[in-house]
Design a protein around this ligand. Sequence first.
Ligand code: FAD
Length: 273
Amino acid sequence: MSWDFETPSEFQAELDWVDRFVREEVEPLDHLVRHAWDVRDPVRNALIKPLQQQVRDRGLWACHLGPELGGQGYGQVKLALLNEILGRTHCGQVVFGAQAPDSGNSEILAHYGTPELKERYLAPLLSGEIVSAYSMTEPQGGSDPTAIMTRAVLDGDEWVIDGEKWFSSHASFASFQIVLAVTDPQAAPHERTSMFVVPADAPGIEIVRDVNVWGHDEEQASHAYVRFRSVRIPRDHLLGERGRGFAVAQTRLGGAGSTMRCARWAWSGRAWT
Ligand SMILES: Cc1cc2nc3c(=O)[nH]c(=O)nc-3n(C[C@H](O)[C@H](O)[C@H](O)COP(=O)(O)OP(=O)(O)OC[C@H]3O[C@@H](n4cnc5c(N)ncnc54)[C@H](O)[C@@H]3O)c2cc1C
């Protein structure tokens, strides 16, 4: 039996366009843009937005999403080949609407968000107007999420969140965070947590500091240590069912979240999360 690993010629043509575009248009921006996720930076916006439009015109915007959300619905192989090229640069993921953690967060919102949450958070996220953060890891538990201690308690029509998260990439730039917290401490270990949308302007959120990894310079430090002190969010900001936080997390930690991060990292080791 023969097994063909060739890239289809029409997709190879797209990859060749991406390769040239990244080399000629995106790589130079890495020297000019302080942080590609910082949507508040006018220099970043002036340089990146026109390139994002070129990517949209080419039909390559947010390819991890299905056509109903404006993407191409590419499978894992095509996404891996594409992300291998984008991983050469700091700005590439953002120029192509493929950046972590927004790619995975948009999948969670698409699957589990109410129509109101989709309108308020998913639509501007997909159009590149805002960025988001994902807050799961805690100082005492990263690899083992059953060690998570952040609590969310229902008080009338609001959830009240208390706890600490770290490595919340880009929380300092984010309009909202997606947060995993314990809601049912007496349940079985994998049924204790639930997932929430937490608006960045909710009182009680403190960015303790932005952490620097992999030799990035101090200015680019963007993996935040975040503290939640009695942060109140509306009851309907729960994503999916109560107690199903781990299942919701898998929506983002699978395809777009982790596999594509590895593809970007495989190339250069400088793919930002
Ligand atoms: C650049 C960067 C960006 C990140 N962005 C985010 C983000 O946006 N949001 C977020 O929530 N998290 C983020 N993370 C956190 C990441 O998910 C955690 O670092 C990861 O889950 C590992 O957790 P830890 O660092 O606490 O390591 P630990 O859990 O302390 O693990 C340390 C080592 O011990 C091993 N180990 C742990 N437990 C066991 C065990 N029971 N048996 C055997 N070996 C074990 C691990 O494999 C590892 O080698 C980011 C991390 C980095 C480096």
